[in-house]
Every structure is written in structure tokens, then in C-alpha cells.
Design a binder for this molecule. Structure first.
Ligand code: HXC
Length: 260
């Protein structure tokens, strides 16, 4: 499908790549852009040929934040009544894993968008930050909450209250990203696509259960999370893929997943 602010493609078996494509505005996340992103995610999440997503930016930015020019004249009544930005959260209910391949600026809502994804890979050029304080506001897309869980309270306070950016190397040292992929910007997308392809080659039900279980660690108490994990684990014994996976191991052959 042809979109105005994003590009979609299937660069490898089982992989859907979504590229934010508003480079002149450093991929500022306008409402029309997010509407397209949500539409593409919904369509590809329901597409059986897709097992995992890669989300990336273009040019100098992953995304430089919510669109400040769109926001600047909005009133409290308007943003509250229309639940401004609430539909950003739809990304977090996508069933399939989403890998963020972060190149260049990931600021404000761009940093929050990366944090909504399941895995983050960063190019050496990636620059993260929550500069909202410089605009007289605070993060509104989960930044204070997800960043605190990812990098801890003291760093999150510093980043949120000073508005200073942080580098890919800092993000890696703090455990916010899986790793920094060296050798320029194209490489991080290649690496993310390869990782997505690996994930897509597994049994889909187990992948979904794994994602749900890890997410429970961020939503539930340890006791509840352990229960969630155990129930999902038990549930997988009702799948053909569990029979196949364990039989294949015992027979010293490669499993052939039915995603059933
Ligand atoms: C609208 C933006 C934008 C944004 C950049 N642009 N960021 N437009 N909203 N968030 C536009 C610029 O206006 C400019 O357009 C073009 O992109 C290129 O940007 P420049 O500023 O000229 O580039 P540069 O000098 O290299 O500076 C890059 C930058 C700077 C440091 C990233 O653009 C910047 O500070 N951007 C804003 C970052 C930010 O504050 N993000 C948080 C937003 S609030 P023209 O037309 O002039 O060429 C937010 C809240 C989220 O995200 C809460 C809810 C989810």
C-alpha cells in the first residue's frame, strides 16, 4: 500500500520493515504519520506471512519527536477531550515482535516510540533524549515510565529534568538498547532485519507467548509475572509446535514449525 509518511516492505522471509519517511521534518511524529503507522501495523500484524517487524527512520533521524508545529497552538480542552496521543499506544498491542533500528535522532516522542518496541538496536549515530522540558512540558508517550524501567530512576530524572541528550554508547551501557551496531546507518537496519528473520523462523505461538511473558515483567508483580509465565508455558503443550520441537530434538533433526 502507498502511504505518504511511511514506507513498508518485506525485505526478508517473514519480516515487515516499516520506515518512517518524513525526512525533511526529521520524521516528526504528526497525527497523520501515526495514523498511517497504526494502519500498517494492524494490517501486517494480521498478515500470516509476517512473523516480526523492524521499525526504522530515514536520513538523520529515527524520529525527532512529536510534531511541535502541530502541537504548539493546542489547548488543554482540545488535547484532553480528544485524548491527544492516546492512539500511540496501539503499537504496544501488536502481537508480533517489533525491533527498533535507531539511526540518528530519537528525541522526545521518537525516544518513546523506540521504548515502545520490543528490542532496540542502535547505530553509532543514534542520539536519544527527552527534551520536552525545553518546550515547557514533559514526556507524554511513556518516556518517564518506560525510561525509568529501562535505565533506572537517577538517570531518567537527569535526562527528563535537564533535557540533555544521550549517546548510543550511553544507551548501551545503561541497558536500554541490546547493542550498538557499528559501521554506519544502513548496517543497523540490516542487523535488525536479520534478527527479525531469525525470530520469524520460530514457531509463532511460542514467539507470541515469549513476548507476552517478558512484557508481564513490566506490568505485573514478580508473583503474578511468574504465574503468567508458567500458564503460558503450560499452554504451549497444547500446540503442535511443542510436539514437533521436542520430537525434532529427540530425533536429532531440524523442527518444521506449523505455527499451530
Ligand atoms: C516538528 C521538527 C521537529 C519536531 C525537527 N523538526 N524536529 N518539526 N516537530 N519535533 C523540523 C525542523 O523544524 C526543521 O524544519 C527540520 O525538521 C530540520 O530540523 P533542524 O532543527 O533544522 O535540524 P538541526 O538544526 O540539525 O537540529 C536537529 C534537532 C532539532 C536537534 C533534532 O530539530 C530539534 O531540537 N528538534 C526538536 C526535538 C524535540 O524537542 N523533540 C521533542 C518534541 S515534544 P524546517 O521546516 O525549519 O526546515 C515530544 C512530546 C512527545 O516529542 C510526547 C507525547 C508522545
Amino acid at each position: 500500500k502507498n502511504y505518504e509518511y511511511i514506507l513498508t516492505s518485506k525485505p526478508a522471509e517473514g519480516v515487515a520493515l516499516i520506515t518512517l519517511n518524513r525526512p525533511k521534518a526529521l520524521n516528526a511524529l504528526s497525527t497523520p504519520l501515526f495514523t498511517e503507522l497504526n494502519e500498517a501495523l494492524a494490517e501486517l500484524d494480521a498478515d500470516d506471512s509476517v512473523g516480526a517487524f523492524v521499525l526504522t527512520g530515514s536520513g538523520r533521524a529515527f524520529a525527532a519527536g512529536a510534531d511541535i508545529k502541530e502541537m504548539k497552538d493546542k489547548t488543554y480542552n482540545e488535547v484532553y477531550q480528544n485524548r491527544f496521543l492516546e492512539d500511540w499506544g496501539k503499537l504496544t498491542s501488536v502481537r508480533k515482535p517489533i525491533i527498533a533500528a535507531v539511526n540518528g535522532f530519537a528525541l522526545g516522542g521518537g525516544c518513546e516510540l523506540a521504548l515502545m518496541c520490543d528490542i532496540i538496536l542502535a547505530a553509532p549515530t543514534a542520539t536519544f533524549g527527552q527534551p520536552e522540558i525545553n518546550l515547557g512540558v514533559i514526556p507524554g508517550g511513556g518516556g518517564t515510565q518506560r525510561l525509568a524501567r529501562a535505565i533506572g530512576k537517577s538517570r531518567t530524572m537527569e535526562i527528563t529534568l535537564t533535557g540533555r541528550n544521550f549517546s548510543a554508547a550511553e544507551a548501551a551501557a545503561w541497558g536500554m538498547v541490546s547493542r550498538v551496531v557499528p559501521e554506519g546507518e544502513g548496517k543497523v537496519v540490516e542487523e535488525a532485519v536479520a534478527m527479525a528473520q531469525t525470530i520469524a523462523s520460530k514457531g509463532r505461538l511460542a514467539v507470541q507467548a515469549g513476548k507476552d511473558a517478558v512484557n508481564a515483567a513490566y506490568e505485573q508483580t514478580l508473583r503474578e509475572g511468574l504465574n503468567t509465565e508458567r500458564r503460558l508455558f503450560h499452554g504451549l503443550f497444547a500446540t503442535q509446535d511443542q510436539k514437533e520441537g521436542m520430537a525434532a530434538f529427540a530425533e536429532k533433526r531440524k523442527a518444521v514449525w506449523k505455527h499451530a
